[in-house]
Ligand binder design. Structure first.
Ligand code: N01
Length: 540
């Protein structure tokens, strides 16, 4: 112990290497930040990434069936016209390897790798009030000093592996979907158990079912999902997208959720029941997220309107799943559609018609223990060769709080956020000067198409840093009063949404002991961007 302390002290005596900007993470956000700060602003940048490759979410989540559920042609960077023109997406909802390939292409195309140190976790960051610089430490004991610290750690990157009794005694293969082995898992001839029916479990179920000898899905809460209707792009589709790209990207920046579509401004109650059914049927056939906002404007706020759409989906489940008991188990009744992040799927419900797939209700019969050979619920014991945890993430704050961050006056972020995250615009935190959080809590982030939110944030931060540099300033920080006003507004506006009353990662309810608060900003992109612009326009 004494030796460890001595070594640590000796390391600290060495001078930290000075750079202008440290970026944590090399997913969509980190990659763009490296490009923006280094290549467009000429700053010295050091990025760190825990994984041994770039891609962030798309590096880690390589589970079977992982694919994007925003359409490819706008779930991508817009900052470089030639990049958008050169890259060819194979279809509507690409699988993980294609998106990981895209992000590797971006890293190569802009020579970003030389500024990114892979296989390196940032463990500590401390703001020095005297120098106005951040001292950043990595797990390997390296130290750098930076004027600006940019968190690009992602909203959904700290995997949640629940503490279930006996977990460590399982002798088969146990894996979280967000830490999937690069060589994959061979399911052939295996009995597989899958815990979790969020977007991930819903994507993985049909694929694992098609490969395994048997799949048991352990469901705590049933989920609503709408078909994705994935389709490959024909050459003429690709040509049309490229022809329209400027307009597509413009619309993603102007629409409420970062899609190139605008919601229909029509109440469910203004349409007679038969016409309503026809509209919902059309949206179901079209597939994708549009089901939530492409027919009616009140599904996320009006319980009665929501119930009509919810019951429409339940009826689809009943019509698809042959065994009525299984169908009813799959029908969500405890939360409104869209109050948890809505998944989209390919063949999810129909998977339960397969002879090799069973659904187990662990709400009624909870898991009691993981055993050496499988899993025991309050009702039955299941022998398993592989146990898959599709149990999600400590979302929005988990990855940032894994780093020991000390702001001005030695105040720790973990203490500041003890009762839940409060930020100014999801970009800055009072008491933590020169720290910027890309798509942080309190910004639209996960309620928008992520690359659009990421580009907006990185550009805003870059403009702020430029202003500082041009004006010889060294320290920028949200005031407590500005942060309080924003955080109260975030909470007030969320209070009217159905999301606030459901138990999901949006409110931190999936992590035992996590303070409950709607973490993303629910007011939509235009209102949010207008507020960000006001801050820029204000000059003290
Ligand atoms: O995680 P989740 P996810 N015992 O938290 C269950 C994004 N994403 O990885 O609902 C038993 O949604 C939990 O049950 P319950 C997307 O934003 C994007 O699926 O808490 N069960 C739930 O069923 C998404 O929303 C894509 O009762 C436990 C499940 O595990 C987000 O990632 C694809 C449990 C977790 O669902 C997270 O999705 C996939 C326990 N102790 C995901 N703990 C794209 O395509 C948790 N569960 C872009």
């Amino acid at each position: 112990m004494a030796k460890t302390v001595e070594t640590h002290e000796a390391d600290r005596d060495e001078q930290a290497r000075p750079v202008d900007v440290v970026i944590i993470g090399a997913g969509f956000a980190g990659l763009y930040a490296v490009y923006r700060f280094r290549d467009q602003m000429g700053l010295e940048v050091q990025a760190y990434e825990t994984g041994d490759g770039v891609g962030g979410t798309w590096y880690w989540n390589r589970y079977p069936g992982a694919r994007c559920d925003s359409e490819s042609f706008y779930y991508c960077f817009s900052f470089d016209r030639e990049l958008a023109q050169d890259w060819e997406w194979s279809g509507k909802y690409p699988e993980q390897p294609e998106i990981e390939g895209y992000l590797n292409h971006v890293a190569d195309r802009f020579a970003l790798r030389r500024s990114i140190q892979l296989s390196t976790r940032v463990t500590r960051a401390r703001f020095d009030d005297a120098t106005h610089r951040w001292e950043v430490e990595t797990e390997h004991g390296e130290r750098v000093s930076a004027r600006y610290l940019i968190s690009a750690v992602g909203c959904l990157s700290a995997a949640n592996l629940p503490e279930i009794s006996g977990r460590d005694q399982f002798e088969g293969e146990l894996c979280h979907t967000a830490r999937w082995p690069k060589d994959g898992i061979d399911f052939s001839g295996k009995r597989v158990g899958l815990i979790g029916t969020g977007s991930t479990g819903i994507q993985a179920t049909p694929v694992i079912a098609s490969q395994a000898d048997h799949l048991t899905v352990f469901q705590r809460t049933p989920n609503f999902t709408v078909p994705a209707r994935h389709a490959a792009f024909a050459p003429e589709d690709q040509a049309a997208i490229k022809r329209d790209y400027d307009d597509i990207f413009k619309r993603t920046r102007e629409s409420p959720a970062g899609f190139p579509y605008f919601p229909i401004d029509r109440s469910t109650h203004d349409v007679p029941p038969e016409e309503r059914e026809t509209i919902l049927e059309g949206l179901w056939e079209e597939g994708g997220f549009k089901f939530l906002w492409g027919g009616f404007n009140d599904l996320t706020r009006d319980p009665a309107a929501n119930e009509i759409a919810s019951e429409f989906i339940r009826n689809k489940i009943r019509a698809t799943v042959e065994d009525p008991e299984t169908a009813e188990l799959l029908c969500p009744t405890c939360h409104p559609y869209g109050s948890k992040r809505p998944p989209i799927d390919t063949d999810y419900y129909v998977s339960f018609n397969r002879d090799n797939v069973d659904l187990v209700d662990i709400k009624t019969h909870p898991i009691e223990e993981i055993t050496a050979t499988g899993l025991r619920t309050a009702q039955e014991e299941y022998d398993l060769d592989v146990l898959v945890f599709a149990t999600g993430f400590d979302a929005m704050t988990g990855s940032l709080l894994k780093i020991d961050i000390e702001g001005s006056g030695g105040v720790r972020l973990a203490d500041t956020w003890r009762d839940g995250p409060r930020t100014f615009l999801g970009l800055q935190i009072a008491g933590f000067p020169n720290l910027f959080t890309v798509t942080g809590p309190g910004s639209p982030s996960v309620l928008t198409n992520m690359p659009v939110a990421i580009e907006h944030h990185v550009n805003w931060i870059a403009d702020c840093v430029k202003y500082m540099t041009d004006n010889g300033q060294t320290c920028v920080e949200a005031t407590q009063s500005a942060q309080d006003a924003w955080a109260d507004h975030v909470a007030d506006i969320a209070a009217g949404s159905l999301m606030a009353s459901s138990n999901s990662w949006y409110v931190g309810a999936n992590i035992p002991g996590k303070p409950r608060a709607v973490a993303p900003y629910t007011g939509g992109q235009p209102q949010y961007r207008a507020r960000c612009d006001e801050v820029v326009a204000f000059r003290p």
